[in-house]
Ligand binder design. Sequence first.
Ligand SMILES: Cc1cc2nc3c(=O)[nH]c(=O)nc-3n(C[C@H](O)[C@H](O)[C@H](O)COP(=O)(O)O)c2cc1C
Length: 371
Amino acid sequence: MLYDKLVRPLLFGLDPEFVHRQTVRIGDTLSQSSLACRLLTQIYHTQSEVLDVKVWGLDFKTPLGLAAGFDKQGQLHEVIAALGFGHMEMGSISLQPWPGNPSPTLLRLPQDGGLINRLGLNSEGAQIIHKRLRDRQFQIPTGINLVKTADPEIAGEEAMEDFLEDFRRFYPLADFITLNLSCPNTVEGKTFEDPEVLEPFLKELKKIRAEQAAPQRVTPVLVKLSPDLQDRELDRLLGLAEEHGIDGFVIANTTLRRENLKSPTAELEKFPVGGLSGRPLKEYAQQMTRKVFRRTGGRLPIIACGGIGCDPQKHPAQEVWEYLELGATLVQVYTGLIYRGPSLVRLTNRGLMQILREKGIPRLADFLQTR
Ligand SMILES: Cc1cc2nc3c(=O)[nH]c(=O)nc-3n(C[C@H](O)[C@H](O)[C@H](O)COP(=O)(O)O)c2cc1C
């Protein structure tokens, strides 16, 4: 209530990049204070074992996690855990430092519950972030999301080597790795989702995994899918992923589509390119979650994200439940945090417990097994 009535109107009056920078700065400071994190835990935690999910050998206290892009530089782990998330993804992290695009890079679409970003995969680079993370103990399962350095001069073979070297560095540190394949690999704009690029890439990745595997644990590797993939491309990608030992999918990244938006055209024209997230993405992410679950026969677990918490007419737990019914095992949010603030996590976790009670399902894990 406080966030909806007071904080959001205030924040939405300010420049979105400024708000994001300040949020990260405050989050970073809070993350370094164990007292602050204990206090936040007291306020925000509502977990109970009914929401426990075990997947890839990892224990998740709730299916709700934080999507990639919020903690791009790996600074906010403690505060994210304290807010009650069950997992998080850091990144995308690229091998080389990359400044991303010049300002403005963020556009809120309040009429649509959406956000367009053209940040351009800014990253402090593997060296700095690896140093920050190498001695850390993660409190909740933490995925490291990797991407090829967005520098267009790094293309072809060099692009592949750039991405693989990033993988070599972070594979031993992560609870799971997510590969963000949407970045162009060639000057013609082919991305790693293109089978011609993806197949040799996944072959090399498999070799690295075999060399690095610790005997007691194999780190899961997930592929993050664009919601804009055509059916044929998707089929080929799913086939290659299964063939080369990929362990699951994150569905979906932001969309380039701009259909059925209520926001004024003049606003939208300010950002002709850029990834759209939030409520308008949900329909595409849901369709894709259903498709991938059916086509893989549910063999590879799915983390779904897109629009959770961005629709004032819907309870976010209900939206999570829809994704779980379509085949997701876990879910993530990003844009919803901007629209509802940090208490979205508690609201969702409580709502999920309530849904289980109403449906007479003792534990979420029981429901996931019946699909
Ligand atoms: C500002 C912003 C930055 C993002 N950066 C990344 C990123 O670096 N890597 C990535 O894989 N996804 C990134 N995403 C996509 C999100 O992880 C997520 O897939 C997408 O926003 C859909 O979820 P949502 O509707 O809950 O925001 C970003 C999203 C936003 C809004």
